[in-house]
Design a protein. Structure first.
Length: 217
């Protein structure tokens, strides 16, 4: 069958996608929306009642269709649902897991096993604890570290300098904290290598903050 018109081709491809996937109702949106094991979302045919121009109550059918996915700043796909005049944005990965696996267990969140946030196939999703997501990002090389974190107050060069100054015993943790705008406990974690572990500089295992300046000769 040859489809020449762009609209015909689009409808044919859309129907092929919907026929090749397993679909389940989106929890809480039964009769309105469904989600597939491939991470697609569609609306369902439904009949609505409205007033005609003549003031008569009539019914009209809204045809179901695949919903267009939008992208959140964090890289996750979401769609917009609407019911009774109210709209709500829903993350696609959560819709897939809630429909095929069940509600999110307490203190858990969605994991993308391959690290690709736009890959919302059921086989790529899993409920897990937050540290699982951190380990996943570390394994996939997408975990921000050190000065790559937007809220970081210091740079890697600062970390090396802090460790060198502390190791020289010319500075206390409290003095370094004042100079770099950090807390003393924060300085303690830096000099002991608890944080910024991949950055250079001498690691002081004691980290007691008791070092005093040496008297000048």
């Amino acid at each position: 069958m040859r489809l020449s018109h762009p609209v015909e081709r689009s409808l044919f491809c859309e129907q092929a996608i919907m026929n090749d996937e397993i679909w389940k109702d989106a929890p809480g949106w039964e009769g309105f929306y469904q989600v597939s094991d491939a991470g697609n979302v569609r609306s369902l045919d439904r009949t609505i009642k409205r007033l005609s121009k003549g003031g008569n109550l009539c019914e009209s059918v809204i045809k179901g269709k695949l919903l267009r996915k939008r992208h959140h700043t964090g890289g996750y796909d979401y769609v917009s649902f609407c019911k009774n005049g109210k709209s709500q944005n829903k993350y696609v990965h959560r819709l897939v897991l809630e429909a095929f696996v069940g509600p999110c267990p307490e203190n858990m969140e969605c994991r993308h096993k391959n690290g690709v946030h736009k890959d919302n196939r059921l086989e790529n999703l899993h409920w897990g604890i937050h540290i699982d997501n951190v380990w996943d990002r570390d394994r996939h090389g997408t975990l921000n570290r050190g000065e790559d974190i937007g809220t970081s107050k210091i740079t890697e060069a600062d970390v090396v300098e802090i460790r060198e100054r502390y190791a020289s015993r010319d500075w206390t943790q409290g003095e370094l904290a004042e100079v770099y705008g950090l807390t003393q406990s924060g300085i303690g974690c830096i000099v002991r290598g608890v944080v910024w572990g991949r950055v250079g500089g001498p690691i002081t295992k004691t980290g007691l903050g008791s070092y005093k300046r040496r008297p000048k000769k």
